[in-house]
Design a protein. Sequence first.
Lengths: 131, 762
Amino acid sequence: MKAPADFPSREFFERVRAATAADPAFRRGTEFFDGSVLLEIGGFAVWMKWYRGDIVDLHEGADLLGYTFALRAPLETWRGIWELPRTAGKPWARLFNYGEIATEGDAVASGRVLGGTFALIGHMEAEGRGA
Amino acid sequence: MSATAVSWDGVRDAYVPPADLRERIPAGVRLHDEAADDLDPVTYEVIRHNLWMVNSEHGETMTRLSGSPAANIAQDFNPVILLEDGEELFFGPYIQHAAAACGSAVRWVLENRGENPGIAAGDVFIENDPWIGCNHQPDVGILAPVFHGEEIFCWVASTLHVYDLGGSTPGSFCPDAVDAYDEPTAMPPTKIVEAGVLRRDLEELHVRRSRAPELVALDLRAQIAGAVVAGRRIGELIGRYGPAVVKAAMRKVVDDAEEAFGARIAAIPDGTWTDVGYLEEKSVGDRHVHRLVLTVEKRGTTLTFRNEGTDPQVAGSLNCTLVGWKGAITAALMPIFGYDQLFAIGGPLRHCRFEPTPNTLTCAGFPAAVSCAPGYAIVYTVVQAHRLLSKMGYPAADIRAELGPGGMSSWPLAALAGRDNAGNEIATVVIDEVAGGMSAYPWRDGIPAGGHSWIPLGKQPNIENNEYFFPILYLYRKLVPGSGGAGKYRGGNTFASGYVRWEAEDLAVNTISTGQGVPSGSGLYGGLPAMQTRHLLRRGSDVLARFAAGEIPADVTELAGVDELLSGKSRDNALGPADVYEQRPCAAAGYGDPLDRDPALVVADLEDGEVEFPAAAEVYGVVLDERSLAVDRAATDARRAAMRARRAAEAVPGPAVRPVGDAAAPGEDALAIHEYVALDAGRLLCRRCGQDLGGRAENYKLATLWRRLEIADVAPGYNERAVYVDDDVALRQCICPGCDTLLDTEIVRGEEPPVHDIRIAA
């Protein structure tokens, strides 16, 4: 599988947002969370506001309000979501569990919403099917 | 209290406020007592939430001013608003086991400082006395009366863990202390601000003890500023609503929390519950374990906590005082039974009595060493109380979702000491362990590195924060798959941090922790202990050559070198330029029999990288295809049946095992007192198969099969146990003779009989 042609871009993340926000797994994983998340993908950044199981705001670039936690890695590392050898399940989970995609900011809060983050990444991966 | 001759005055024994405290307060100290009778509900809610925000602002002020990472990142402090007589109103969402500190200290001040030096508007008292009002000496208490006219209207107070306050070891956790004289000096409450003016002489006396006096002076200002802000805000509220209305709202907050807590307790049958566990290493080089017992007796809406059976206090920093013990129990009590009361702890504490045996590990008398208490007896008691109260609360179905074995069961500290290249002295703890694995619950797994229920707002510092503050360079900080205790629901996994010294003249690691050789947290209802705590030094590694080659090793095992396992109490472990230190705190224990785990959850674990493939079959009995992760249901059923049969075959019958008959499982009207045990018509029965486990008053474990295992057989890492502990310590599994379900697991020393942990009153 390859990364979608428009990854990373605002358009890509708008599609991911729609799918993620409708996903019960995301809702369950972020049900008690009120915070913001920054994804830094090389030189590209996307900021999201997660509030009680929904993604209520999203824009390109950092936000003046900062973020609760950021997930940060070079573009090539993020491409691993699609390009790591396929195994059953979530081959990309190790990128997060072992810190290859680094967490910055409130790491404890990041851990508490890991289920929601994994749901988001799952929808990013799904965008790449057929790419 | 115990019948032995003790004096609960905060000198030899910890302070216990007398029942007639108000009569003992000197006549010159006037307390504001007037409260309005007709408080309307809207005004009440406005004032209630305003007071909550006042306390939050108090905490936020300290966070912003403190220069200590333990305080401004890990939130190792707590602000409190107390009523005029020292009863707790609102406690903050920061470190919860400090719950007993300020209430005790304020009452002591009212009793002992009213005449000399007196208590007046603009005064602030400071203290760090664990026998009066803190958990250990580096926790500094600041107590400020809020006056309305000539009367004390209420108090605002805080405890805060400062950077360093002296003692034998940088950071003021003193693992080599034999008694309190080796630790930072304990200061009873002393008036450090008089009529709004900071006493320079006392400030210099306070900071002179520290290896970092400037940072301690900053912490002092952070606490005083927090109190000033909170006091001012309460004054504004009084100005807006009048003192009688504000006081009525304060009383109602406490009364409502008392009522809500009482209603939850009332739903539980009367009885007595007991938990037993072990701490390691009373002092450097000690290779024994030390017993902690916690019992709660529930009658009506009163809970009485005792520690009878706990080992005597030791010559070494393993003990805690009554202040720490009460705070630790409160820290477990509130998330289970008071979660909806905005941390209004005073009301619930009206239902609690504390009757410790003095001169024990959890109620140590002066001059016992207690500087390391939060890493040992206090955090252990939090988790022990969580387990105990979860057993007590199980019969009440409405709160069952809040129960569990507790999270990471030790607080493994690494204190760094030395100098950076600029000559700055380094003398405090790295606080990565804030991100402990979270507890499992009866309905879900624990969250990996999700933090502790007893520091709701605690944060793990960014690696960059630590690299800025300490002369170190991280190689990695990552999750450890499979480290959470196995169970029907898994405990949260832990993490590991690896770093080298960097731009330092010299640097050493001091360790303060338990759980290296013996688990500090056993599971609940058959859940298994988690991976051990470990401090590892890889000496003489090739890390610098790897850096030069442009590589950043991602695990200590990728490096050359010789391993050195550090004990839980060790000092002055010098870090050479090529030495790598790895800290790996223990994870959280599991809930329920691992063979009851839904195979779909095991598949999800593998997909998410939470456990490694071999565990699916070896621990959970789930047979699946390694590539597709498709579960073979028939093979799984067969494997689980074989694993259950093996359990029984390797066990010996307890002395009261009854014949296995063809009894049916108890019906819905039986009282569930345990995940797998019910009380029905005076008999204890297995909820699965109906096996008779004895009468109501009997220890059901005596009617089970006992399987004795090496701890390493069920919990990762404990194959290194002999490095740390000489005592004969093992794991006992209690198995239902009828269906081979794993009912309970216990850590046992020698041939101790099973703990009679559940006694439901007639």
